[in-house]
Design a protein around this ligand. Structure first.
Ligand code: HEC
Length: 184
């Protein structure tokens, strides 16, 4: 084979490509997590939630696009939505928010009266469930930290996918009327 400049160029490009291939894992992860930036409901500081190796495709989609894929799925598939209801009860949310999420010592999660305006988006709800609140005014009480990547979480903590399933189920229970921006 005649060695031309072209061949050398191809060889160099191939070496370059395979070198990149070796780093693919961490590089992809950091690129993915950078796309959806979360803000703590406590103090508006950045809430760092990265793609974990065990994350589902739905969790990855959310962390890159801020869109919860389960929300539209559950809206039209009551059978699928049961997975979210199950997690809501199993993780103990019902103890404070009621079995039907219409409120107990914690507020209703299915009416139009949100404690924080950003809760009309799934990203906003995720930020509160993942990172908790300060309880201001104090009579509101405060929400615990639930995400297993956020320091101070309750028990073992929840992964991104579990929180997304719970949010999507809560949306199916919404009785507040008016706009439902999470479905648009
Ligand atoms: C120990 C009691 C307790 C548990 C358990 C609990 N919460 Fe809460 N939650 C609260 C309180 C109190 C607030 C009000 C906090 C505030 O307004 O700052 C709240 C607020 C919220 C809000 C915002 C409501 C609004 O009106 O804007 C959401 C969403 C929420 N919780 C979801 C959950 C989910 C999901 C779980 C289970 C993973 C859960 N909570 C478990 C006590 C609890």
């Amino acid at each position: 084979m005649v060695i031309t400049k072209f061949n050398v160029l191809i060889a160099i490009s191939l070496m370059f490509l395979s070198a990149c291939g070796n780093n693919k894992g961490p590089e992809t992860a950091s690129k993915l997590s950078a796309n959806c930036q979360f803000t703590s409901t406590k103090d508006n500081s950045p809430l760092a939630i990265a793609v974990a190796p065990s994350d589902t495709d739905a969790a990855k989609t959310f962390l890159t696009s801020c869109i919860n894929p389960y929300t539209k799925l559950y809206a039209k598939d009551a059978e699928a939505a049961k997975a979210g209801k199950k997690q809501y009860a199993y993780q103990g949310c019902s103890g404070c928010h009621g079995g039907n999420a219409n409120g107990l010592m914690g507020p209703s999660l299915i009416d139009a009266k949100w404690h924080y305006a950003k809760h009309v988006s799934d990203k906003g709800l995720f930020e509160t469930i993942a990172g908790g609140t300060n309880g201001s005014p104090p009579e509101w009480g405060s929400m615990l930290i639930w995400h297993n990547q956020v320091v101070g979480h309750t028990g073992e903590g929840l992964d991104t996918d579990t929180i997304l399933k719970i949010i999507a189920w809560l949306r199916t229970q919404y009785v507040g009327g008016g706009e439902t921006p999470w479905l648009s």
